[in-house]
Design a protein around this ligand. Sequence first.
Ligand SMILES: [Fe+2]
Length: 346
Amino acid sequence: MTVSNLLFRALCACALPLTLATPAWAAEEPVLNLYSARHYQTDEALYSNFTKATGIKINRIEAGDEQLVERLKTEGAASPADVLLIVDAARLWQAEQLGLFLPVKSAVLEERIPAKYRDPAGNWYGMSYRARVIVYNKSKVNPADVASYEMLADPKNKGKICTRSGSHPYSLSLLGSEIAHLGPAKAETWAKGVVSNMARAPKGGDTDQIKAVAAGECAIALSNSYYYARLMRSTKPDELEIVAKTGVVWPNQAGNGTHVNISGAGVMKNAPHKENAIKFLEYLVSNDAQRHFADGNNEWPVVASAAVANPALDALGKFKVDPLPIATLGKNIADAQRLADRSGWK
Ligand SMILES: [Fe+2]
């Protein structure tokens, strides 16, 4: 590290939030260390285009969300990480609570990303969004009986539901959303109703639930939209068979809208290359990068003008999105976990 770089780091440590007003003498080495929970083929183009445009080389550490957070905790102030890219409000909230992020301000990020998809303090910024949908077996369920998350607790759906663990971030974020909309008491009643309607104890990931629905082991499942879209785009006959046997509901279209969550990124508190990190986040909200980023995992870009031509998402159609800010989900995570425990959603 150069002397000017060290000096810059010492100076900017007390000047939060960081902005892009970098003095010329504080130029960083053209490197960005990215800790990413994403691992898609299309991301190669995403990263090489950034390097082409800026001359900044990206070093990537790819691992699961939890491993990355654990690694950052262990590395502490000596961490080489500049940017952390992970999924779901629950995990972003956890990283924020651990003090891993440096709040940053950027006119580009604030202008391009709708306020509901970013942290008001600038700890993290949403880059794409996904929906929590209801998948049902076409021969066993009338979609009108699963038109909302709340209907999953209706006694008429007894013995039909399969889900992943209630402690998984995807479940906790949905519970956090129910707490926000219904209040804690009704949300708990709802969660207990969902548990009493389960066909089996929670196990596996979202794709496992979709498969179980198609196989008739249960009839209704919750899943993130990209898992279903991935099956729709499959060339494997057995996966296309699963799609043929199942349908998708956008929940709560007559009410608040469907619960969505984000893939998000933030600059690390101890980032050796903070300016490069902000440049990278700003690059990710350019129209081109948004298309690559969202399409790589069959998600929607947070920047509305960056329309994605994705055959699976196009086939699923448009839907009303719950306007609840993602940061609200994070704030409700601890309550959501207590609620999951009390309701027996293991
Ligand atoms: Fe996932």
